[in-house]
Every structure is written in C-alpha cells, then in structure tokens.
Design a protein around this ligand. Structure first.
Ligand SMILES: Cc1cc2nc3c(=O)[nH]c(=O)nc-3n(C[C@H](O)[C@H](O)[C@H](O)COP(=O)(O)OP(=O)(O)OC[C@H]3O[C@@H](n4cnc5c(N)ncnc54)[C@H](O)[C@@H]3O)c2cc1C
Ligand SMILES: *[C@@H]1O[C@H](CO)[C@@H](O)[C@H](O)[C@H]1NC(C)=O
Ligand SMILES: *[C@@H]1O[C@H](CO)[C@@H](O)[C@H](O)[C@H]1NC(C)=O
Ligand SMILES: *[C@@H]1O[C@H](CO)[C@@H](O)[C@H](O)[C@H]1NC(C)=O
Length: 595
C-alpha cells in the first residue's frame, strides 16, 4: 500500500518519501478506493476545498463520527507554486490544479468570455488564491442575519469564529500597521503582514493618507468590522509560506484520526439512492468517478456539499434539485423544484490601472530579471525570506465609499450593506499587472465590492461531468458600471496627491477616451463568486438553503461553502468561507447531539 503517495510529486520525491515514511499506516489519504475500510460513513463531504477541509477537521474531533471527504483533484503536498506566495498566479490556468472553466460571453464586457479560475486540488481556492485576508464589513454579516432571520450570522456572533480560524503570526513591524487585539492567535490559518516590504512605494501610499485624509483616511486594521480607509494588507501566510485549509486544518495530527477518510481524485457526479424521510426527499449516497469506475459512498447522517460556488449548484442540478424547467429540458427527473439553485451569483468586477514609475524598487526587479528571480527563489528555499514570501498583490488596500451624489445612486438603490460598507476597493500594487514592457510600474486594481449585477451557474447537459455554463453577469447592472467609473475617478484622485509628483510616469492604460467603453473592454472579475446556493429565511419563497445551511425541502443534505452567501461581502471571500465552515460544522454537530 502506498498511503500518501501521489504521482505528480515525482519532481519533489525526496521530501515526499520522508513524509510518507513518517505516515505509513496512519495517514489516511487513500490512493485507491480499495484501501477504504468500507464505503459507508456518517457524513460524506463533497469537496476538499477551503470550507470542506474545515468541516472534515471539526466533525472528526468527535471520534464517534466517521467522515469521508471526497476531492476531485489531487494532493497539495509539494505543489511548490502553492507554497511560495509569489508564485501563486502560476496555478490559475494550470490544467492539473485548476478546473478549466470559461465563462459564457459576457454582454457587459463587450461579449468577451473570461477564464473563470477554480482550484482543483486539496485546499481548493485557499491553496491557489491571492492570500489576501479580509473579513468584510460588520454590516455585511448583519445583513445576512437580517435576511435569514438568524442572529447567528451577525458580525458579533461570528466574531468568535473569525478568531477561531486565525493565528496572527510573523507580525513584522506591527506597530501602527495592524491591531492585534481584533485577531485570533491560535487558530489553524496563519494571518500576517507581509514579510517583505516595498518601502518607497508603501511610503507614497501612507503619505497619500496624510495629504488627502478626508477621502483616503488611514485605517489601522481593515478587519475590525469597519474597513473603510487605507490599511496594510494582511495575508494568509505564515513563516513565508501560504497557509491553506489543507495545511491548517488537515495537519498530520488530524489525518491520524481513524474516523477521518480522505479520497483524492474522486469527482462526485451526483447524489444517489433517493428515499423519503417522513415524506421529505433524501439521498442516501453520492456517486463519484474514480479512475474509470463509478462508485457510490453512503452517508447515514448527512451529505455535505462543499464543492464551491460552481461545483455545488452543478451537483445539485445533476441530482435533480433545481429549476424544473431547466432539468426537464435536459431529461433529468426533478426531485425538488428549487429554482434558486445556481442563480444570484455575484462577484466583484474590476479594472486594473497602471502607470510607469521613476523608481527601480518595483516587482519588475524580480519579474524582468531572471538572475534576481532565481536568487529570490533560492532565498525563499533556504530561509523563507525575500520578495517571494509576499504574493506581490498589494502592499496596502483601500476600501472606499462612493460620494453620496454619485450618478450610480440615481439608477439603483445603494446595494452596499450599510454605511460602513465600501463600494470600491483599490489593490495598491508596486508593479505592472502585467508590466506592458520593460521598465518599472505600479498598478491600482479598482473593484466594485458591493455590486448589483447577478449571474448564474447552470448545467447544459445531462452528462454530470460536462462543465457547467458560468454566466458572471459582469457589469450587467448599470449601478456597477457607474460605480466602476467613479472608482476610476477615485484612483485618479488618489494619485493626484502631491507625493506622487515626480514618482509617476505615463499611464499604461489610456483613460482619456470613452471611459465606459474602456472599462467594458478591459474589466474582469475577482473570482469571488458566492450566492449560487444562497441562504434565505425559513419559509422564504426563494433561496436554496435555510439559515442552518440545510437544503430547503430536503432531508440529510446541506451546503457548507461560499455559495450560501446571498450577497458577496465587500471583501476577498476566503475569510467568509472559513467562517461559514466553522459555524456550519458547529450546526452539524448540534444536529448530531440532538438526534
Ligand atoms: C484565482 C483566485 C484568487 C483569489 N484570491 C483571493 C484572495 O486573495 N483572498 C481571498 O480571500 N479570496 C480569494 N479568492 C476567493 C476564495 O479563495 C474563495 O472564495 C474561497 O476559497 C471559496 O471556498 P469554497 O470552500 O467555497 O470553495 P473551493 O475552495 O473552491 O473548494 C471547492 C472544492 O471542491 C472541489 N470540487 C468541486 N467539484 C467537485 C466534485 N464534483 N467532486 C469532488 N470535489 C469537487 C474542488 O476541486 C475544490 O477543491 C480567490 C479565488 C480565486 C479562484
Ligand atoms: C484541463 O484541460 C486540459 C487540456 O485540455 C486537460 O488535460 C486537463 O485534464 C483539464 N483539467 C481539468 C481539471 O479538467
Ligand atoms: C435573488 O436574491 C434576491 C434577494 O436579494 C431575491 O429576492 C430573489 O428572489 C433571488 N432570486 C432567485 C432566482 O433566487
Ligand atoms: C539583475 O539582478 C541581478 C541580481 O540581483 C543584479 O546583479 C543585476 O544588476 C540585475 N540586472 C539588471 C539589468 O538590473
């Protein structure tokens, strides 16, 4: 038996053999389904991603509970681009570690289709994302509580879960850059300020907060529940390495639990073994593809879908849970007519602006110089220091409101969750994204973080392995295009602060023409999709899950991942995903106790 051995690691075989030796007979990452003791468990969790690994880890704290975790992709171990923060972008379009999704042509983006990245290996998007750690505004969560009628989703009640996930660590130069008191210190996920600085660039940002304090005030910690202003970026990095749901929650110690079973390379097609419990439809198992075989794993207590905002609605629809019209058109028998499945998808539309800068201190010193790049890699390998400990996304982030007289509000009521919720985000980057040629650059990624547009994920085939249609709905609501135009104006205002004179050169994105046309031809989205299995109040006439995350109208089936959020938070979405998973696991445990 070759526990813990995975083919694509041959490149890093020496390290892996050590790991395997230490774990033989204990580590239960099964390479072959035949090694599993049996295919019947209390809980089957679909998707070893950001949320799924949290749920698996928390449920198996109780030795009496057996869990099977099924992940479509392979292992995260030894995947170097996942470990080195600076290399994160290498995995997005990778055919092994990413699902190869492409959106439908987007009418709001001049008909362009976008690659829609989703991770396809253990850890899910937490293992390939940009590592930005932002919780969102307190009002984002208070609105979930209000909408669902469950106070448990309010900021105050979730705060203990945020802290439970976090281990504030390596806080280099903490003073004046973070408020340690708002963070957890002994959770599984490392959160830190960057271990590498770009002082000349970040000094310009901080100086801007002094020169234009009314519009761009400094905020000591954007994760306090009140994010507005400009603050230092926090990332899910510890000791110079990326921290993921796999490295943080599925530690070797957790993997030794005899009640936790993890099968990689197992793609779930649909739910099977239908029955009725007190007249309520239910499924007894999940079907998955393993190599050439189609197998069934049974769950006696619950099936938990954690396949993410694309995978979860796809599995629901494959199983006959969704819009009856859509399902019947594909010849799939409807088990439950739940038209909200896959609808109300929301993500953050963005445009990247750039300028040449008169400074040699930018990302291009690594990205355009192969010697320096190799040196930085060696430095990371030998001491976990240097530029590669940072993702190179943003030294600082700004969270901003539109002016109250913005034309955006004339067209649409304010979609933000409250007065402390930003409309706009800037990622302030000391480099070109990408650099348009040789030289030194800076970028501002301007995003609408309280968008009004909605998209969808839907199946287009009765082949459960066919990719779903992903319609991002990007910039289809006028609010979003008007807000993005204002956001570009805010960025131009930001760089009008006196400190930038002499530092900034020519813009790399021409903003002199028709701004709306420029935005529609260049905008993209932030890969923060939520809402495709949205929560709503019990008894509501729309929605997919109740506030306890159980699928409405079904027994023994819940969704625990980012797809349950009915609105996208004004934040990068991994922190919310961890918190949903922590609370979701507690909700499952409560049900188990009350059984
Ligand atoms: C390119 C990119 C950059 C991002 N940058 C940031 C950032 O900097 N900061 C931040 O906070 N957020 C970021 N995000 C968003 C954030 O990472 C996600 O919102 C969050 O991780 C989603 O968690 P999840 O558990 O819902 O889904 P995922 O983490 O996607 O987990 C789903 C898992 O289920 C598996 N799966 C899917 N279908 C099946 C199936 N049929 N059978 C078995 N397994 C299946 C997948 O392979 C995956 O492992 C980024 C996302 C992307 C894609
Ligand atoms: C992505 O596409 C490539 C090339 O078509 C293919 O080899 C690979 O298996 C695909 N990956 C996934 C996760 O579907
Ligand atoms: C989308 O969400 C809104 C609430 O924000 C709700 O009123 C509407 O019914 C939802 N649409 C679908 C198709 O679920
Ligand atoms: C490239 O990097 C190396 C190593 O840091 C440095 O010595 C060299 O001067 C750099 N080259 C250029 C053109 O900047």
């Amino acid at each position: 038996m070759s526990y813990c051995f995975h083919h694509h690691h041959t490149m890093l075989a020496p390290a892996l053999i050590l790991l395997s030796l230490g774990a033989v007979g204990l580590c239960k990452v099964y390479d072959d389904v035949a090694e599993l003791p049996e295919l019947k468990f209390d809980y089957v969790i679909v998707g070893g991603g950001t949320a799924g690994n949290v749920v698996a880890s928390r449920l198996t704290e109780d030795p009496k509970i057996s869990v099977l975790l099924l992940e479509a992709g392979g292992s995260n171990e030894g995947v170097i681009s996942s470990e080195v923060p600076f290399l994160f972008g290498d995995l997005f379009a990778d055919s092994i570690y990413s699902w190869n999704y492409t959106s439908t042509p987007q009418p709001g983006l001049n008909g362009r289709s976008l690659g829609y990245f989703r991770a396809h290996f253990l850890g899910g998007c937490s293992a390939h994302n940009g590592m930005v750690y932002s919780r969102g505004a307190a009002d984002n969560f208070n609105r979930y509580a209000q909408l669902t009628g469950d106070e448990g989703w309010s900021w105050d009640r979730l705060l203990p879960y945020f802290r439970k996930t976090e281990k504030l660590t390596d806080t280099h130069d903490t003073s004046g850059r973070i408020n340690p008191r708002v963070h957890g210190t002994d959770g599984p996920i490392s959160v830190s300020l960057s271990g590498f600085s770009w002082p000349e660039f970040s000094d310009h940002i901080i100086q801007t907060t002094k020169e234009l304090p009314d519009d761009f005030p400094f905020n000591l910690d954007m994760n306090s529940g009140k994010p507005l202003g400009v603050g230092w970026t926090q990332s899910t990095i510890g000791g110079g390495e990326r921290s993921t749901s796999a490295t943080g929650y599925l530690t070797p110690k957790v993997m030794k639990r005899p009640n936790l079973h993890l099968l990689l390379n197992a793609q779930v097609s649909k739910l099977v073994n239908p029955s009725r419990k007190n007249g309520i439809p239910s499924f007894g198992g999940v079907q998955f593809r393993y190599g050439a075989a189609l197998l069934v794993a049974k769950a006696s207590k619950e099936i938990i879908l954690s396949a993410g905002a694309v995978g979860t609605p796809q599995i629901l629809m494959n199983s006959g849970i969704g819009s009856h019209a859509t399902l019947s058109a594909l010849g799939i028998p409807t088990v439950l007519d739940l038209p909200s499945v896959g609808r109300n998808a929301s993500d953050h539309p963005s445009i990247t602006l750039g300028w040449a800068v008169n400074s040699p201190e930018t990302l291009e010193t690594c990205t355009q110089n192969t010697t320096a790049f190799a040196e930085a890699m060696t430095e990371w390998e030998t001491s976990r220091t240097g530029p590669f400990v940072d993702p190179g996304i943003a030294t600082q982030i700004a969270w901003l409101r539109l002016k109250s007289d913005s034309p955006a509000f004339a067209k649409h009521p304010d979609p933000a969750s409250g007065p402390d919720t930003p409309h706009i985000e800037f990622l302030l980057n000391p480099g070109g994204l990408p650099a348009p040629g040789p030289g030194n650059f800076m970028s501002i990624v301007v995003s609408v973080v309280s968008p009004a547009s909605r998209g969808s994920v839907t199946i287009t085939s009765n082949d459960p392995f066919a990719p779903p249609a992903i319609d991002l709905g990007a910039l289809t609501n006028d609010f979003d295009i008007l807000a993005l135009k204002d956001g570009v104006g805010l960025a131009q205002h930001f760089i009008s602060a006196p400190v930038w004179a002499g530092y900034l050169g020519a813009p790399t994105v021409d903003l002199t023409g028709d701004l709306e046309a420029t935005i529609r031809s260049r905008a993209t989205v932030s890969y923060h999709m939520v809402g495709t299995a949205g929560m709503s109040a019990r008894g509501a006439r729309y929605g997919v899950v109740d506030p306890d995350l159980r699928v409405k109208g079904m027994a023994g089936l819940s969704v625990i991942d980012a797809s349950v959020l009915p609105f996208v938070p004004a934040a990068h979405t991994q922190a919310a995903s961890y918190v949903i998973a922590e609370r979701g696991a507690d909700l499952v445990k409560q049900r188990q106790r009350n059984r």
